[in-house]
Design a binder for this molecule. Structure first.
Ligand SMILES: Cc1ncc(COP(=O)(O)O)c(C=O)c1O
Length: 449
């Protein structure tokens, strides 16, 4: 399939056909959207799960499968953006949550499970000496910024273009995660408040110079070392090492946002890179599927929250460290050891390999990257190496592949990202490859002469 206009026509026709099939196959989801729109803007409550013509409405999940409201079951490689590392209904988590629910959902008091989960995280991530829980990754990022400002006495915070840091004004400024559908087009994203210093990874020397120029009033640099929402883009390790050394020299705190990518390795991305940030933000899988966030790091910084200290920073939160989440998180981490991460990494690589072979055979200008149990579809002939490159994607082809995969029984995120879980095996890798093959055969047939 060559020749740009013919190719674009073929993609446009394929996308129309995929949308028509999707509408036909999912009447229950379409009806739900219409009725829910009476009370929820557009029929939903989470921008990141939205896609046109309407999101699939899920009724239940079991293992690595989810069923929609029309009763159709699919392979779930979305897994709530990676949260469900053991799939759905994982017995140890279900049992831990059930047992805790009989003891009480939540209390306005410390509960022993808080320290149990915290201990597990500190043991896995040596840079985290003390930590605090929140109810979401967004809140954890915001609290990390507060403590960074309090500790340094400085006001501004730098962030890298392409990193997504939650749905706060800080998290979305500078083109949030700026993947399509994640809010890059939101009005909020257009304005970068003066206390945020946006940095581009495409110009490392400029980036370091900006840090030096701003140092006097720069409290922290927040980095998502592997940018998940932005298409699984690895910030170059040599740049991360430079940022670490220059921040250390200038007294700027380095904060790693590993909310999503903590899933890549037992000790997080930082242990893969051999870097030690001052603070780390976590979320998603550490709550075993229940709402969670956490941030932690150097004891001299986190100690500012110690209420026994004069002038301690107050950080309240009705659900911080709630026992249901703590119980689920403990059960989740206890079933996740070094070998599981290695296995998931290999499986995701195999899945990307199977998909790339199909794409290459059919000469489709798209590719799949994989790392640490994640994979991501880029509608580009070669994988993007920066967020700026990813923004050049063929959006119609990307939508076609996403919807086509749903039509053929496989869920990935609207940004084309997916994960394998501890439930995934070689059969699911083959299933993905076969589904992609059917998508291309069904929706990208050359025009009839
Ligand atoms: C890197 C990163 N930081 C922060 C967040 C925000 O976490 P939450 O959605 O729990 O608020 C996310 C969510 O996807 C994320 O991927």
């Amino acid at each position: 399939m060559t020749g740009a206009p013919q190719w674009q026509d073929a993609v446009a026709r394929g996308l129309d056909a995929a949308i028509a099939d999707y509408r036909r196959d999912n009447p229950g989801s379409a009806r739900y959207r219409e009725t829910a729109a009476d009370v929820l803007p557009g029929g939903g409550t989470r921008s990141s799960y939205h896609f046109a013509p309407f999101p699939l409405v899920l009724a239940c999940g079991s293992g690595d499968r989810v069923s929609d409201v029309d009763g159709r079951t699919r392979l779930d490689l979305n897994a709530n953006f990676g949260v469900s590392v053991h799939g759905h209904g994982f017995a140890p988590i279900v049992e831990a949550v059930r047992a805790q629910s009989e003891r009480g959902f939540c209390f306005a008091a410390p509960n022993p499970l808080e320290a149990e989960l915290a201990r597990r995280i500190c043991e896995r991530v040596p840079s985290i000496e003390l930590l605090r829980f929140t109810s979401s990754g967004t809140e954890a990022v915001m609290a990390a910024l507060s403590v960074a400002r309090a500790f340094t006495g400085r006001r501004r915070v730098a962030k890298l273009h392409g990193g997504y840091h939650g749905s706060s004004d800080f998290g979305t400024a500078n083109g949030p995660g700026s993947a399509p559908d994640l809010g890059s087009n939101s009005a909020r994203a257009a304005a970068v408040p003066a206390d945020i210093l946006p940095l581009s990874v495409d110009e490392p020397d400029r980036l370091v110079a900006s840090l030096r120029e701003a140092a006097d009033d720069l409290a922290a640099v927040v980095v998502e070392p592997v940018q998940g929402a932005a298409g699984l883009i690895q910030v170059p390790p040599e740049l991360l090492a430079r940022i670490r050394s220059v921040t250390q020299e200038l007294g700027i705190l380095l904060i790693f946002d590993e909310v999503m990518m903590f899933r890549m390795h037992r000790g997080g991305v930082q242990s893969m890179l051999g870097l030690r940030p001052d603070l780390t933000v976590l979320g998603k899988l550490i709550g075993g599927g229940l709402p969670v966030g956490a941030f932690g790091g150097r004891a001299d910084i986190m100690g500012l929250f110690d209420p026994f200290r004069e002038g301690a920073i107050r950080l309240a939160g009705t659900y911080n460290g709630n026992p249901m989440t703590m119980a689920a998180g403990i059960a989740c981490l206890d079933a996740l050891e070094e070998a599981d991460f290695t296995r998931m990494d290999h499986l995701a690589q195999a899945l990307a390999g199977a998909g790339n072979a199909v794409l290459a055979r059919r000469v489709v200008p798209a590719s799949i990257v994989a790392a640490g149990g994640f994979f991501c579809l880029h509608a580009l002939p070669r994988p993007a190496r920066s967020h700026a490159q990813l923004l050049q994607q063929d959006q119609a082809l990307h939508r076609l592949l996403h919807l086509g995969l749903i039509n053929e029984g496989v869920l990935v995120t609207p940004t084309g990202m997916g994960v394998v879980s501890t439930r995934t095996g070689p059969a699911e890798v083959d299933e993905f490859g076969a589904a992609l093959e059917r998508v291309l055969a069904r929706y990208l047939r050359p025009a009839q002469a």
